[in-house]
Each structure stands twice: as structure tokens, then as C-alpha cells.
Write a protein that binds this ligand. Structure first.
Ligand SMILES: Cc1ncc(COP(=O)(O)O)c(C=O)c1O
Length: 204
């Protein structure tokens, strides 16, 4: 068999292919992968059964079924406080990875850079490098541990250092990846951080 490409060959395994078999072998609790602990709702099972029985087996529109995109626009418009355009602002992908890779491929050229907050979901790195681009890390920073404090930190206490972020932005930067709630910390970025992030992004 021919070897994999130079860009991808260095990534032997990802977080799931390392930790899930390891957890099985050691009989350990697997915190590395989310497993739904609930059943699929009956109406979804029924819809899937109906689709198979009714031969709904054609390609769907590349952006996703209009009915689904319209439903998503109705659901999310109030959260964004404006009417989302189901035709031009919503796309349905088979999972986050497909959406991320498609976005990277759409916006990156060899030599460009993407800023990711560290720690980051491990599949971002090969996806960015598959485009010939470079990942630049910007660590989330915890507050200083003061004397007498318990040393315990909440996810929310890990913050973006905005001057550090700005120091990483160059003419090669094409994207900043924001993952909220953030994996692996669980941090939900607050309105203040999101506003500052949008101000920084709009400045370039
Ligand atoms: C931050 C993050 N990005 C991407 C993915 C991959 O998502 P999907 O399985 O929907 O492709 C995950 C899955 O856990 C994730 O946590």
C-alpha cells in the first residue's frame, strides 16, 4: 500500500481512536467521547421509518432540505435577534467536522493561518493542515491562583487574553475558530468576550 500524503501521514490517530480502545482495554470510564445516554425520540424513529418505507432515497439539495433550513431559521432567529435568511445563511452538514472542513477548504490557501483557542478539539489541526494552512494557538488563560484560594477553577474563569490574541493576528490570518460550549473545558463564552472578539475580528 502507498504511504499517506506528507500533510496527513504525521497524524496517526485522533483522540477517539486512541482513548476509546484504551478505555475498553483498561475498563476505564471514557471521558474522551460523548455517548448519548438517552433513546432517540419516537417521532424521529417514526420519521426515519416512514422515509425508508416511502422510498425517500434521492440526493437532497446540497445546502440541506429547504423545510429543514426554514425550521432552523425560525428556531435560531430569535436567539440571534434578527431574521436569518434560510437560503443564504444556513447550511446543513453531516456533523461538525464536515462543516469545519468545508469552511477551512473554502477560505484557506497554502501559507495562510487559523487561530485556535487552546486546548482545542484535536481534529482541527489536520483539517487546517490539509489545506496547506497553519494553525496558530492562543491559549485560554486561567486567573492567577492567589494565596488561600482553593485552586479550583470554573470553566468560565478561563479567558481570552485579547492582547495576546491580537499579537497573533497577521496579514496571513484568515480565520479564528470559536467553539462554544468549548471542548474540552465546557466553557461558554460570555457576551462580553463574544463582543470583544467580534470587535477584534472586524478590525482586520
Ligand atoms: C469541538 C468539536 N468539534 C467537532 C466535533 C466533531 O463533531 P461531529 O461528530 O459532529 O463531526 C466534536 C465532537 O465531539 C467536537 O467536540
Amino acid at each position: 500500500m502507498r504511504p499517506p500524503s506528507k500533510l496527513i501521514g504525521q497524524y496517526g490517530q485522533d483522540v477517539w481512536s486512541i482513548f476509546s480502545p484504551l478505555a475498553v482495554r483498561l475498563n476505564a470510564v471514557n471521558l474522551g467521547q460523548g455517548f448519548p445516554n438517552f433513546k432517540m425520540p419516537q417521532f424521529m424513529k417514526q420519521a426515519a421509518t416512514d422515509a425508508v418505507s416511502n422510498d425517500v432515497n434521492q440526493y437532497s439539495p446540497p445546502k440541506g432540505l429547504p423545510r429543514l433550513r426554514n425550521a432552523l431559521a425560525s428556531r435560531y432567529s430569535p436567539l440571534f435577534n434578527r431574521q436569518l435568511d434560510a437560503e443564504n445563511e444556513i447550511i446543513v452538514t453531516a456533523g461538525a467536522n464536515e462543516g469545519m472542513l468545508a469552511s477551512f477548504m473554502a477560505y484557506l490557501d497554502p501559507g495562510t493561518e487559523v487561530i485556535c483557542f487552546e486546548p482545542f478539539f484535536d481534529q482541527y489541526a489536520p483539517n487546517i493542515e490539509m489545506c496547506g494552512a497553519k494553525m496558530v494557538c492562543c491559549p485560554l488563560r486561567p486567573p492567577a491562583i492567589t494565596e488561600g484560594s482553593s485552586g479550583q477553577l470554573l470553566a468560565a474563569q478561563w479567558r481570552i487574553d485579547f492582547s495576546e490574541l491580537e499579537s497573533k493576528i497577521t496579514e496571513r490570518t484568515r480565520m479564528i475558530v470559536l467553539n462554544t460550549p468549548h471542548n474540552p473545558s465546557g466553557k461558554v463564552f460570555d457576551m462580553d468576550e463574544l463582543t470583544k472578539l467580534s470587535e477584534v475580528s472586524c478590525g482586520y
